[in-house]
Ligand binder design. Structure first.
Ligand code: TRP
Length: 344
């Protein structure tokens, strides 16, 4: 079996889809800040799953641009290509190659039990769902297993997919001999969840109803401030944290707390006797002060696409050196005849 980790640090791997022109605050606080923190503690591998993106229809001209924009925002948000490995999934062909092998050891019934497929296929109309959407979690297992990580930092919604990758790793190992580390989900705490500004009981998400509910990293500060000031609250006047009775205010308090590092109690104390408008105005300042440097840096990176592409090419090269070793091992265990000269 390939050694999982070089040196003492554990390896982690994660990815976030290039689903829009901008990441939103939920992506940022729910994933990106954890990635940035983890690159010091772990040997971190992060990637942009563009192969996964085409499981639902994409505008071809947009996909490449969004992939670049996503990369720029990762880097602007603190992902450091000298500390971790950052790459684009389609630049490493081993993902699709291992995906095929894993397809062949996954049961049809097993794949049918994936709840995200059920949700997404209903949303897109069950008949128009692609086979790619169906096998999405198996490609995700390939993403993970290729790199032999101990941990996969994801949100609760991805737990089932990481469990599938564990099952497939164990199955392969017992059927063909040890080839994979069995990874663990590193689940981010529920408390960190950011909700839609217009519909504060639903998770902030690009696929939600209206853009007014989103705080986007790449939006103009005026737009961001306006959206925060128009956030849905409730008919009371008291600023306190109560997720059930006051989901809107609680969401604003969560965002405030996460961006300033102050506890919710402290913030509630500071705003005692003040009105919702005060909280919104101050929060708008906090959010803009935090996000504006990120947006500016991302714009700067996007201003030099050749340099950005070079960083991604270097990342892909680092990634491939790990991925190809795993794939060679897997192909040999499965019984594929090695090609003359050994190159795949
Ligand atoms: N499915 C993940 C999401 O929607 C993205 C993803 C693809 C991923 N491959 C991965 C996450 C591998 C972690 C590891 O968020």
């Amino acid at each position: 079996m390939t050694t999982p980790t070089s040196g003492a640090r554990q390896r982690v791997l994660s990815g976030m889809q290039p689903s829009g022109d901008s990441l939103h605050l939920g992506n940022y606080l729910g994933a990106l800040v954890h990635w940035v923190r983890m690159q010091d503690e772990y040997e971190a591998i992060y990637f942009i799953p563009d192969l996964h993106a085409i499981t639902v229809p994409q505008e071809p001209g947009e996909l490449a641009e969004r992939t670049r924009r996503t990369a720029a925002q990762y880097i602007a948000g603190g992902v450091d290509v000298d500390k971790c490995t950052l790459f684009v999934q389609s630049h490493v062909p081993e993902h699709a190659q291992l995906g095929w092998v894993l397809n062949c050891i996954t049961g049809f019934g097993e794949a049918s039990r994936m709840t995200q497929f059920k949700d997404k296929s209903l949303k897109h109309g069950a008949d128009s769902a692609s086979v790619g959407l169906f096998t999405y979690p198996i490609l995700q297992a390939a993403d993970i297993l290729l790199y032999q990580p101990e941990g996969v930092p994801v949100g609760e919604d991805q737990r089932q997919h990481v469990e599938l990758s564990r099952d497939l790793a164990q199955r392969f190992n017992s059927r063909f001999g040890e080839a994979f580390v069995v990874p663990k989900p590193f689940i981010q705490k529920e408390s960190a969840k950011i909700y839609d500004l217009q519909n504060p009981t639903a998770k902030m998400s690009k696929s939600a109803g209206s853009p007014a509910g989103l705080i986007n990293l790449m939006d103009n500060p005026k737009v961001t401030a306006k959206r925060i000031k128009s956030a849905v609250t409730d008919t009371e006047t008291e600023i306190r944290f109560d997720k059930e009775a006051k989901p809107g205010i609680s969401n604003l308090l969560t965002i405030y707390s996460m961006l300033t590092g102050k506890s919710i109690d402290e913030i509630v104390g500071d705003f005692h006797g003040k009105m919702y408008g005060h909280l919104k105005t101050e929060l708008a300042d906090v959010v803009v002060a935090h996000l504006d440097p990120i947006r500016t840096r991302a714009e700067e990176l996007l201003g030099d696409p050749a340099e950005l592409d070079l960083l991604l090419a270097r990342g892909a090269e680092k990634a491939r050196s790990i991925a190809s070793a795993t794939l060679t091992e897997v192909y040999s265990k499965v019984g594929f005849l090695p090609p003359l000269g050994g190159a795949r």
